[in-house]
Structure formats: structure tokens, C-alpha cells
Design a protein around this ligand. Structure first.
Ligand SMILES: Cc1ncc(COP(=O)(O)O)c(C=O)c1O
Length: 384
């Protein structure tokens, strides 16, 4: 980083680094929770057809309301989460990162607070910083589940404008139950908001970036939207949907929330090409999600495998996970383990509480490579 001191960078950004996991050219990349399976030839053909169809219109701005995409996303949610939402209750942007920034732009700001549950996704404090929103967290229980009593108390006392539950949580994989979400919703519906007029209540945002990896039969928080005007559920095509490179995220909520986001969005934020590419994948939802069941099995098998391993005479701890990654520890030298895995061509993530590591599910071959490198590295660590 080299920013000359005579540039008028915002004072609070001095010394800050751009956020991002390392992008390294190594054989086994298990660090950013992607789906390892590439789009099929059929999907690629549809992408090309759809992009070909919009190409002659690229002299014009795209549909800034992305109506066709919102309709297709509503159809997807109907199928995936058995929830009936109007296209007007859905809003898309360039990744759920952009959606969440829009949430903070619309509902955060100076004098307001956003509340999350730590450890959690490390981008949240950045959205807060960028929008001059205060960021505060309530610690999760030792097993990374939500501490509902502490959460309710904090909502009532802190009076935040945004409450952010990540379910399944990143980096731990922990799901929130519907009862927990409903308890926090009830607290939000009771609480006031500092920096907002009397009678205002916090917006509860459930970040469901990894929800398609939940255990079969478990509902999505989108099913609560009809009864809760202060609930928004953010989702992404980057994870289970195997479309991280396309940069498409979306949020489902009642129209009041969506209309608030429409105030802060950039004009024409979602390019015609992005809309076309997103629609192409949504033409093939079954194919895009074809490997999700296998990735769930891979995850459960890896959790079982970890639980049979020891490190320095102690069992390896593994957080229960409903996601496509596994959070494991506790290592007194996690950086060393991370680097030794990298030396063997396996990139994972050193994130979250001290001593823990996160690995996301790859192909069967990648998982074998990870497991054999990991065993080699921990045996070496024990001899150090
Ligand atoms: C919990 C969570 N939310 C949101 C995102 C952002 O995803 P995207 O911007 O690719 O939709 C991520 C990415 O890792 C995440 O882990």
C-alpha cells in the first residue's frame, strides 16, 4: 500500500488495508467458500445466448429495476425455500457485499449502530466504517451458537438500527434456529433506534449467504418476511449456486425495505451483462445446484474425520456446521499450520478466533489433498 500523505484520504481510513483473502495460484484453493464445480456446457451455452441477445443493446443503459431478474429470483425462492414473494420484494446487486453496503447506506449512518454476533463475517465492520455507522458485537456462546438472552438485552439497550444475524454463520458454519431468529425479531419489534425518530424499530437482516447448504427440511428466514416488515434476508449466487465470478447477490424483504435500498443504489448498478448472465444460470437452477448434496456429504464426512484426529494429544475441535466449510482448532500455532499447508499447495483460511482455521469443501480430490497435507503438517507440528 502506498498512499502519499498529501492525498486528502479520510482521516479514519489512514492505515487501513483493502479487505480480501489472498488470491494465490495454488493447486488446491479452499479459502473463500466457493463451489468447486464449474458451470456445465449447457449453462455456458445459455450464458452465451443471453449475452449475445443483450449485446446489441449495450449502447443503452440497462433496466435499472432489473425486473426480469427479480422475477426469476422470486421463482427460485419459491422453489428453493417454498416462499411466495413478489418480484417487488426482491432486490439484486453486484454480490451480497453490495447489497449489504446498500443496507448500511440506507439504514445506518452517523449516530446509528449496527449490531452483530461475534465471531462473524469480517466485512460487516467495513460496511459500518464506510457508512459512518458504529459497529458493535455480542459474543456468541462457546459453541458459536447465538446467546439469545444476551442478544435480546443488547438489542433493547443498544437500540441499533441494524441487527445482523449470519445463518449459517461465517466463519463458524453455525446455523441460527427459527426460534432464535423469531426471538430477535420480537426484540427488534419492541426496541427503539438511537438516531431515528420515536416509534422506529431496528431492521433485522439475516445473511443467508450459505443457506442452500442447510440440512434438508430446515426453513429459510425468507418464510418469515410476510409477517415482519422489519426483516430482510440477504442471499447470494456466489456460494451453493456456483456463480461467484458473476457477482450477483440479492435481498428479500417487504417493499418498504426494498424501496429504501432503491434510494441509495447507484443508477444502473447492475449491468445488462450481469443481468443476462444471472438469468442464464437461473434458467438452470437444478444444474447449478447439482453438487450441493454431495458438498453437504463431504462436509459431514470431514467433520467426522476431524473428530477422529488428535493434535498434541487433544481431540481436534470442530464447530457444528450447516455450511460448505468447516471451522476447526484449536492450534497454538495456527499461522505455522496455515503456511505449511500452503507450502504443500493447499490454501485455507486463518480467520476468526485465535487458534481456529476454516476450510471449505472442494472436489473429492481436493479434499484428499487437504487431508493428507493436514495430517503431515500436524504430525510435524507435534515434533517442533
Ligand atoms: C456471510 C457472508 N455474507 C456475504 C458474503 C458476500 O458474498 P458475495 O458478495 O459474493 O455475494 C460472504 C462471502 O464470503 C459471506 O461469507
Amino acid at each position: 500500500m502506498s498512499i502519499p500523505s498529501n492525498l486528502p484520504l479520510r482521516n479514519d481510513l489512514a492505515g487501513e488495508e483493502p479487505y480480501g483473502a489472498p488470491q494465490l495460484d495454488v493447486p488446491v484453493c479452499l479459502n473463500v467458500n466457493e463451489n468447486p464445480y464449474a458451470p456445465s456446457e449447457a449453462v455456458i451455452d445459455t450464458i452465451l445466448e443471453r449475452v449475445r441477445a443483450v449485446a446489441p443493446t449495450l449502447n443503452r443503459y440497462p433496466d435499472r429495476e432489473h425486473a426480469e431478474l427479480r422475477k426469476a429470483l422470486a421463482a427460485y425462492l419459491r422453489k428453493e425455500s417454498q416462499v411466495e414473494l413478489e418480484p417487488e420484494q426482491i432486490w439484486a446487486a453486484n454480490g451480497s457485499n453490495e447489497i449489504m453496503l446498500q443496507v448500511f447506506q440506507a439504514f445506518g449512518g452517523p449516530g446509528r449502530t449496527a449490531l452483530g454476533f461475534a465471531p462473524t463475517y469480517s466485512m460487516y465492520p467495513e460496511y459500518a466504517r464506510d457508512t459512518f455507522t458504529a459497529w458493535t458485537t455480542v459474543p456468541r456462546n462457546a459453541d458459536f451458537t447465538l446467546d439469545v438472552d444476551a442478544a435480546v438485552k443488547a438489542i433493547l439497550e443498544t437500540r441499533p438500527s441494524i441487527v445482523l444475524i449470519t445463518s449459517p454463520n461465517n466463519p463458524t458454519g453455525t446455523p441460527a434456529t427459527m426460534e432464535q431468529i423469531e426471538a430477535l425479531l420480537a426484540a427488534c419489534e419492541k426496541a427503539g433506534v438511537d438516531g431515528a425518530p420515536e416509534g422506529t424499530h431496528p431492521l433485522l437482516v439475516v445473511d443467508e449467504a450459505y443457506i442452500e447448504f442447510r440440512r434438508p427440511g430446515k426453513p429459510s428466514a425468507t418464510t418469515l418476511i410476510a409477517d415482519h416488515p422489519n426483516l430482510a434476508v440477504s442471499r447470494t449466487m456466489s456460494k451453493a449456486f456456483a456463480y461467484a465470478g458473476a457477482r450477483v447477490g440479492y435481498i428479500a424483504a417487504n417493499t418498504g425495505v426494498i424501496d429504501s435500498l432503491r434510494i441509495v443504489r447507484m443508477p444502473y448498478h447492475l449491468s445488462a451483462v450481469t443481468q443476462a448472465v444471472a438469468l442464464a444460470a437461473l434458467d438452470h437452477t437444478d444444474e447449478q445446484l447439482a453438487q450441493v448434496g454431495h458438498l453437504r456429504d463431504t462436509r459431514d464426512a470431514l467433520v467426522d474425520w476431524f473428530r477422529q484426529q488428535t493434535y498434541k494429544g487433544q481431540p481436534i475441535q470442530v464447530a457444528d456446521t450447516d455450511s460448505n466449510f468447516v471451522f476447526f482448532g484449536v492450534f497454538d500455532d495456527r499461522e505455522w499450520i496455515f503456511n505449511e499447508l500452503l507450502n504443500r499447495g493447499v490454501l485455507i483460511r486463518d480467520v476468526g478466533p485465535e487458534g481456529w482455521l476454516r476450510v471449505c469443501m472442494g472436489t473429492d480430490e481436493e479434499m484428499e489433498a487437504f487431508k493428507s497435507a493436514f495430517l503431515e503438517v500436524i504430525r510435524l507440528a507435534e515434533q517442533r
